[in-house]
Design a protein around this ligand. Structure first.
Ligand SMILES: NC(=O)c1ccc[n+]([C@@H]2O[C@H](COP(=O)([O-])OP(=O)(O)OC[C@H]3O[C@@H](n4cnc5c(N)ncnc54)[C@H](O)[C@@H]3O)[C@@H](O)[C@H]2O)c1
Length: 427
């Protein structure tokens, strides 16, 4: 495991609260000097060249309209593989127009849709789901349906259709707060976010189908993925968030302790290589960490961002919540044994991403959320009208309940004759 040092002495990183030192007038970065509309990029990075992908045929990528999915689809298309994108969101023209790419709009929460979407597949990469911890805190039921129910549907459909290989992209979030680092696959799981629980439920659903019915599934547990094409309105990854604040010449907000909070950042091109390696050489029923194996503290990331942009970074640390101020780095030896080695260094990935984003990109609008209003408080805040509506809904249900007719007739007899005619012992 490698650790990125926090930076050389000098004014590369300052903490806001003190004076902002050595502030330059203009943002500079290594890379093309072009300007873009907010949130867009000038020239999408070319997809990675993955030779092994040539061995795959009739591939389905669920979630192929999302951040990781689009890169994987582009890499497979580049290798000449026939790919079907399955997603409930529309597919961008840049990917839809690639040779050999087909798009099926389907919601994997529906088993019928899932069966149709997976028909004829040789390899399925299941990437669809909720990738947002925040959303899972705000709407845990939706998160569970998108991650656990949909994953169970994909597993069952793959089994029913006899799909020869299923690769599921899970998350390191299933480990919860690490007991030690680096984290190997045998580290205990203990998710603290609903997102972790739903991903782990998805893993269990697939592994149980492997054990009981031989589902040929391989699971990847990814650490933090970064690269071009992340949606700043949804993506919570620190790399693109830090860069976006810095390229706007704004202080970088960080939740937690900037030295104790460390992460393992893996470039999306390396992620695509790892996923293909799992499809071609991963062992069925096995779980593999996918990361860079390099530990980066928030301070070190800010220093790297300062280097790439050529001006000091100002960190605005909010340490009121330390919920995720722990070290998180992958032991990737199991994946490395399949011949995988990360190729994109953080410095190279940051440099390319800065060039891609251009000056003044759209700012991130995601802030880490670990808790929502306690249940009791939310109930107190509910307007009274909600209770009336609930009564009305219960009444509606009574009307359609089996036996409601019988109940109504009994009540009418009671009113008319003082007795409903039912045997005394039934009261
Ligand atoms: N981005 C990361 O840092 C990261 C880290 C670990 C694991 N992962 C996992 O990788 C996968 C891809 O992540 P991403 O960052 O590309 O997310 P994303 O949100 O950009 O893409 C997910 C895609 O899945 C689609 N989808 C969701 N539910 C669906 C359903 N029921 N039916 C059909 N399509 C559906 C969405 O429309 C979206 O296009 C996710 O499963 C996520 O949990 C991501």
């Amino acid at each position: 495991m490698r650790r990125v040092p926090p930076g050389r002495p000098g004014p590369r990183v300052t903490l806001v609260g003190g004076e902002c030192r050595d502030r330059h007038e203009h943002t500079t970065y290594r890379g093309a000097a072009v300007s873009h509309a907010p949130g867009t990029s000038a020239s999408p990075a070319p997809p990675p060249d993955i030779q092994e992908a040539e061995d795959l045929a009739d591939v389905v990528v669920t979630g192929g309209a999302g951040f990781v999915g689009r890169h994987l689809v582009a890499a497979l298309a580049r290798a000449g593989t026939k790919v079907t994108v399955v997603d409930h969101a529309p597919l961008g023209q840049d990917v839809a127009a690639l040779p050999g790419v087909r798009y099926v709009r389907a919601d994997l929460r529906d088993y019928g849709d899932t069966l149709l979407a997976l028909e004829g597949a040789d390899t399925v990469f299941h990437l669809a789901g909720n990738a947002s911890g925040n959303l899972s805190v705000e709407n845990p039921r939706l998160d569970f349906h998108l991650n656990a129910l949909a994953t169970s549907n994909v597993g069952n459909a793959a089994l029913e259709l006899g799909v020869p290989r299923l690769v599921f992209l899970s998350s390191a979030i299933v480990y919860g707060t690490p007991a030690h680092t680096p984290i190997g696959e045998s580290h205990p799981t203990g998710p603290f976010l609903p997102y972790g629980a739903s991903k782990l439920a998805g893993e269990f659903a697939l592994l149980s189908l492997h054990r009981t019915a031989g589902l040929p599934v391989v699971i990847g547990r990814s650490f933090v993925i970064y690269g071009p094409g992340e949606d700043p309105r949804r993506a919570g990854g620190e790399v693109s968030q830090f860069l976006r604040w810095q390229l706007n010449e704004r202080p970088i907000p960080v939740v937690g302790d900037i030295d104790r909070k460390t992460r393992d950042f893996v470039h999306v091109h390396d992620m695509c290589r790892a996923l293909v390696a799992l499809a071609v050489r991963g062992a069925e029923g096995e779980i593999y960490n996918i990361g860079s194996g390099t530990e980066v503290s928030m301070r070190a990331l800010a220093a790297a961002v300062a280097d790439v942009t050529g001006r000091p970074a100002r960190l605005e640390a909010d340490d009121r919540s330390l919920a995720d101020s722990f070290a998180l780095v992958a032991d990737i030896s199991k994946l490395s044994a399949l011949g995988f080695a990360p190729r994109v260094t953080l410095e190279a990935g940051l440099t390319a991403l800065a060039a891609e984003l251009g000056p003044y990109p759209e700012l991130p609008s995601v802030r880490a959320a670990f808790r929502r209003e306690p249940y009791a408080r939310r109930r107190r805040l509910r307007p009274a009208v909600r209770d009336d509506r609930r009564e009305a809904r219960i009444e509606d249900r009574r009307e359609v309940r089996p036996g409601a007719q019988y109940e109504a007739e009994r009540a009418a007899r009671r009113d008319a004759h003082g007795t409903d005619g039912a045997p005394a012992c039934s009261r």
